[in-house]
Design a protein around this ligand. Sequence first.
Ligand SMILES: [Zn+2]
Length: 389
Amino acid sequence: MGAGKFPEEISERRWETSSTAEEIITTIGHFKPLRPAPPLHYCPLCRVGFRDPIDLDGHIARSHGNQHVYFRVNRTIVRDFCWLTSNVSDCEIVLLDIPTVQLKIDVNGVATRVTVSRTTSLKKHLTALEPGGTATLTVLDKAFCRTLTISVGAQLTFDSTRFDALLIAFMARGSIQQSIELRRLRQKLTALAANDLEHRYANGMAEYCHAVVLREERSRFSKDRLEEAFELLLPFETQLAREARCALSLVMNCFLGEWPCGLHSSFRLSQYFYCGGRKPRAVRIHHRPVVLLDTLTARFLEAISGFFDRNFDLVFRLVSDAEKSSCILDPNDASKLRLLEARALAETHESKRAAAVYVELTEHPLFAQEAQTFIQSAMTMKRIRQSPR
Ligand SMILES: [Zn+2]
């Protein structure tokens, strides 16, 4: 799978010209040459990314053990789009704990319907799919609705330079943008797009900007835009798309897998703080993200940087500012903020106050264990101190 021409840039649902990363770096003065992170395999059921497909398999089994359906093409799990250089050697629909699903298979405009009642190879339905052709597989059951498009043959051309120049100029003006400016941006981006691939990139980045502006306006509609932007931008490996996906992972609390952080990405510390993994070697990162950020997300980056610099006064000030300015929009924001506050209090030996903050995380799907362990040890310490000598 992938293209012989640009093997390192393209995987089953990624498209990119090999020179785009360098083009961005040379076009934009303040973009430092960054070593991009290896492409991630994204879970077809949520937005968690993994470097190793085996980890993705494990994640699906652990986190989505209930009813789910997804596709596997040439032994690789794919989400909504799959581009192949040669014919399909295998294509499976994987059913997890589902008795049966109805599937519509459309090959070059000819549709057939099949019912599958277990994980099934669909290869025999795709024999007419040849180079230059496209197949669309749609799960018709409403509860498990998903569509996979498989394209075989030459990749569509994609050059992000024109889009990125426009986007960077727009983003440099900050997140206080009028809806009319957003509309103009979308129109200009759409006018530049020459094919479906470029349309997808243009739409993805426009959705991202719109989502950030809506978050800044404290609109509850921002969530849908965030999700849409994430879906649209998943295949792209441009610097802007990567930064946008890191920002979206932070905003949407995608803490189970990996983010597409390069070695010097300004999101690397946040990824380490919330997702764990290997500690970044360079703790001080001065480069600021180029993508547009809402105020709260920008404060998170600053506060986490302060945390690793042991500048806890800065952390507490930013936490308190975030609370006072009421820019906390949803439980995701609140739990991120609580964890930051609790860890900073623990670091400054304010055990009692840290435990009081950790109490709010004892039900959290990811941080509950840390919270409970801290509270337990704080209680043990208290008992030891209180016990008669
Ligand atoms: Zn998942």
